[in-house]
Ligand binder design. Structure first.
Ligand SMILES: Nc1nc2c(c(=O)[nH]1)N[C@H]1C(S)=C(S)[C@@H](COP(=O)(O)OP(=O)(O)OC[C@H]3O[C@@H](n4cnc5c(=O)[nH]c(N)nc54)[C@H](O)[C@@H]3O)O[C@H]1N2
Ligand SMILES: Nc1nc2c(c(=O)[nH]1)N[C@H]1C(S)=C(S)[C@@H](COP(=O)(O)OP(=O)(O)OC[C@H]3O[C@@H](n4cnc5c(=O)[nH]c(N)nc54)[C@H](O)[C@@H]3O)O[C@H]1N2
Ligand code: SF4
Ligand SMILES: [Mo]
Length: 862
């Protein structure tokens, strides 16, 4: 089977994939050695994409309410309601909330529809939660949202500084490139993150910055470089504007971190002019996110560490097409193609589109957009490829807004996401592997995503759905596209406007592309390696240093004394609608953990492995406690991934305040005043079931978290009082053992065909058995009833320990044995066990295991 070249569905690294179709709904995935983003490498999520292309949970037909509808009926209904809303309340009563997981072509048409034809600026995107601060910082500094660096710079830098980026987990292929540079060139690595993440573990310097201490830190670093004469006066003179009083406003003493760490940072920065600062959500997702971006950029401009190989401020993007969305103008704060809302820009865009209703002003940004839905100002909302009921801050408020909205249209690939469940009209979209178009990665490289599989059910491409709706509004001529290449060509032609307004974004070379040329498109980078080397897009042609001040400290209180930080796990993607289907990916972390410093845990009465409730003024959620000395005192960390579909009481979005950066509108997801308390349930249990449980079945429990295993699902549950067994267990023959005195109960359910349907283990006081063996019984049946009830085989196999390397399924016992056998480097362990030889995300843990073993030996020798 010939392989098709495409691009990964997940992060903004934008790795090339070679995929071969191996069955009706199965594909074999390999890295594309010719793709300049990854040269053949893939991380665990990319590697396991094949496990997520099945049809489980898919939305396959349009739905009006709970009724299946034809496309004509669903689109007619949506168009009718849209027209009525505009007629009665005007275009600003309409809102669109879209996503960096759309393709550029989808994004382009929906932006065109909203801003040119409906006539509202109220189209915002989940990139507001993700990249908006970096966008605003670029615009302030450079005059345009341009990332001035390329992945190549990683290979040329002498010092890489990661700010608020857990690169080893979230951008693993960038991480591999960093590791390689360290190995081959001795590149130094500094990680600035309040937590000691796996990214920080092996760094030359980890700075456990206080939450939101980055502006102070970068100002102080710049002041220190200034004091040492490292400011590039010539570059400032020729190319930058510096605000009056700028140098007086920064102070090398006000860094807010450990003095020894700061001195070391200054030394490293002085010694290595080829310095690359890569930043992501620890910088962007903050009430001072734009200032953080500018503090970083200021340092690079003032020292002339930009526009040269290995030097620059490099914002790394989150979603596969966050960048494409920014280019076409999908944020409410841009009009289209990097253009703003001046009379001239609006006129140019209106003429280009032949648009009857060009919008007059920027629209509402995400948090305000949902406030307007809540207050009734927006009456028609179309959500595409995002799950705001989970991922927005103050998610309970957002859910209420969605519930109140007179018309909620949701285009998704999944039928039952938290958001889709609330929709009046659900439209089935094509997903990764089915859709066809382009994405742009962190280094401005445009690559094709190509279809591998036929459309399932009645699903249609997002761009197609938008065009079908636009036609029903009477705009057929402007949306008369029959394939994505035509949309791309129109968008490329439109970038002539950006070029004529002095912008760097210029794809006009593709304006006349044919369908065939589009099919054959090779990955290419707009702007080139150093897009700002020829001058800055500000009208003056100069860059701007921006005076940035340390933000006010987060208002904690006696009731909410802790600082809650939220983020990602290595093997899950956002709200888990796709990665949640993969048993392999689930095995890294099966439950949402509350990471907490042991001393704070002690103060709050929490024990390792127990449960705890985190509360903020906005909501509560329950997590499994995990003690970690990588946490700062007073800071706690939880993952964002679990939703009502995977763990009813662990919705992190519901905890987050809706405070945002005043310039970018990006919410401060990473620093929220919170408190925590132990949860002590009467009973704890786990259930293995062939079919997933729903939130309704688990109503009344205190905690649950569900994850995929081969052939079924594992649900951890805890509760008080009686156990509603009839809700939890499927029909079938039950075999049960119980020991009331010890509060133990075990039930095995077999179906009529004799197949194992479920296994339930409960305890009121003791321990629960190990899950690994029993979880394998769906995929390798044949065990005896006594074994099932014991949750272990009668002749136990040796314990392989905890999973470390998901790619090659290598456990810690095997790695321990290799180390004992003499493998004393990551490479050595890889050679013995294969661990860490694919995506590399587990290499920090392997390094720690080697280190620990070394320390033990040293102790023994003493
Ligand atoms: N596995 C996985 N990979 C992903 C994703 C995913 O869901 N799963 N999502 C993708 C997307 S859309 C995005 S946006 C990226 C996000 O990628 P990252 O930004 O790397 O991920 P996060 O875990 O959100 O946050 C990064 C780090 O910021 C730190 N941080 C918190 N507060 C501060 C602060 O005040 N200062 C500093 N300096 N650091 C702070 C956190 O402790 C955390 O370790 O990942 C992309 N890749
Ligand atoms: N607490 C907390 N919250 C956060 C963050 C955090 O760090 N902490 N990070 C924020 C960030 S950076 C981001 S990017 C957001 C992400 O948050 P979301 O965008 O809400 O998360 P996803 O789970 O990726 O949702 C994507 C949805 O699109 C669907 N989908 C996938 N492919 C397609 C397609 O091709 N077409 C259509 N129509 N639908 C599709 C999926 O099934 C899923 O329902 O979360 C933000 N929220
Ligand atoms: S780093 Fe991983 S998730 Fe990101 S694009 Fe590459 S393979 Fe996909
Ligand atoms: Mo993101």
């Amino acid at each position: 089977m010939a392989a098709i070249r495409t691009t990964c569905a997940y992060c903004g690294v934008g790795c090339g994939i070679k995929a071969a179709v191996t069955g009706p709904r199965s594909v074999a995935i390999k890295g594309d050695v010719d793709h300049p983003a990854n040269f053949g490498r893939l991380c665990s999520k990319g590697t396991h994409l094949g496990e997520t292309v099945g049809l489980e949970g898919r939305l396959l037909h349009p739905m009006i309410g709970q009724q299946r509808a034809s496309w004509d009926d669903a689109l007619d209904e949506a168009a009718l309601r849209l027209r009525q809303t505009i007629a009665e309340h005007g275009p600003d009563a309409v809102g669109f909330y879209v996503s960096g997981q759309l393709l550029t072509e989808d994004y382009y048409v929906v932006n065109k529809l909203a801003k040119g034809f409906v006539g509202t600026g109220n189209i915002d995107t989940n990139s507001r939660l993700c990249m908006a601060s970096a966008v605003a910082a670029h615009i302030r500094a450079f005059g345009e949202d341009v990332v001035p660096c390329s992945y190549d710079d990683i290979d040329h830098a002498d010092l890489i500084v990661l700010v608020g980026s857990n690169t080893a987990w979230c951008h693993p292929i960038i991480w591999q490139r960093i590791e390689k540079a360290r190995e081959e060139r001795g590149t130094k690595l500094v990680v600035i993150d309040p937590r000691r993440t796996e990214t920080a573990e092996g760094a030359d310097l980890h700075i456990a910055v206080p939450p939101d201490g980055d502006v102070a830190l970068f100002n102080a670093l710049l002041a220190a470089l200034h004091d040492r004469g490292l400011v590039d006066g010539e570059f400032l003179q020729s190319s930058c504007d510096v605000p009056d009083g700028f140098w007086n406003g920064i102070d090398a003493a006000q860094h807010g971190i450990d003095a020894v760490d700061f001195a070391q940072l200054v030394e490293m920065a002085c010694a290595h002019p080829r310095m690359l600062t890569m930043f992501s959500q620890g910088a962007n997702q903050s009430v001072s996110g734009t200032d953080k971006g500018n503090a970083i950029i200021n340092l690079h401009l003032a020292t002339g560490r930009i526009n040269a190989p290995g030097a620059g401020p490099f914002s790394i993007t989150g979603q596969p097409n966050a960048m494409g969305g920014r280019e076409v103008g999908g944020l409410s704060s841009t009009l289209a193609c990097h253009l703003g809302f001046s009379a001239e820009e609006r006129a140019d865009v209106a003429t280009f589109w032949n648009a009857p209703n060009i919008c007059g002003k920027p629209g509402l940004k995400a948090v305000d957009l949902f406030r307007a839905v809540h207050s009734g100002q927006i009456k028609f909302l179309w959500v595409m490829a995002t799950n705001p009921a989970v991922s927005m801050p103050d998610a309970a408020f957002v859910r209420e807004a969605l519930r109140r909205c007179p018309t909620l249209v949701v285009s998704d690939i999944i039928a039952g996401s938290d958001t889709a469940r609330m929709a009046d009209i659900r439209l089935p979209a094509l997903g990764w592997g089915e859709k066809d178009g382009t994405v742009t990665n962190s280094e401005r490289r445009i690559s094709r995503q190509r279809a591998l599989l036929p459309a399932p059910g009645e699903a249609r491409a997002d761009w197609q759905i938008v065009c079908d709706l636009a036609a029903r509004l009477g705009h057929g001529a402007a949306f008369d596209f029959s394939e994505p290449s035509q949309i791309f060509a129109e968008y490329a032609a439109m970038t002539a406007l950006a070029r004529d307004h002095g912008k760097v974004l210029d794809l006009t070379g593709w304006a006349d592309c044919t369908s065939a040329q589009y099919q054959e498109m090779e990955p290419f980078q707009w702007g080139g390696r150093q897009p700002l080397a020829g001058g800055f897009p500000h009208e003056s042609g100069r860059a701007q240093l921006v005076a940035v001040q340390t933000p006010a400290a987060l208002a904690t209180s006696q009731a909410y004394p802790l600082q809650l930080n939220t983020g990602r796990y290595r093997d899950q993607w956002h709200t888990m609608t796709r990665t949640g289907l993969s048993p392999r990916l689930a095995s890294h972390r099966r439950e949402p953990l509350l990471e907490v410093h042991p001393a704070d845990a002690g103060d709050h009465g929490l024990g390792d492995g127990g449960l705890a409730k985190v509360s903020t003024p906005f909501g509560e959620a329950v997590y499994r406690v995990c003690l970690s000395d990588g946490q700062r005192r007073g800071d706690i960390y939880v993952p964002m991934h679990w939703s009502r579909q995977t763990g009813a009481h662990s919705g992190t979005g519901g905890l987050v305040h809706p405070l945002f950066d005043p310039i970018s509108g990006q919410p401060g997801f990473k620093n929220v005043a919170a408190t925590m308390a132990p949860v002590e349930p009467d009973w704890r249990a786990f259930l293995l079931s062939r079919l997933p449980l729903t939130a309704d079945m688990l109503a009344g429990t205190l905690y649950w978290a569900q994850s995929a295993v081969d052939g079924g699902w594992l649900t951890e549950i805890a509760g008080d009082g009686a156990v509603a067994l009839d809700n939890l267990l499927p029909q079938g023959d039950r075999s049960e053992v119980a020991d009331r005195a010890r509060g133990m109960q075990r039930i095995i359910v077999h179906g009529a065909d004799g197949d194992l349907e479920a296994a339930f283990f409960l305890t009121r006081s003791g321990a629960l058995p190990d899950r690994d063996w029993i979880a394998q019984q769906f995929s390798s049946p044949g065990a005896e009833m006594v074994e099932l009830l014991a949750a272990r085989p009668s002749t136990p196999a040796p314990d392989r320990g905890k999973l470390v390397c998901v790619c090659h399924d290598v456990r810690d016992q095997e790695i321990g044995a290799a180390i004992e056998g003499g493998a004393d480097t990551i490479k050595g362990v890889g050679a013995c066990t294969r661990a860490g030889t694919n995506c590399g995300s587990c290499r920090p843990i392997i390094a720690r295991m080697i280190e620990d073993a070394r320390a033990l030996t040293a102790q023994a020798v003493k």
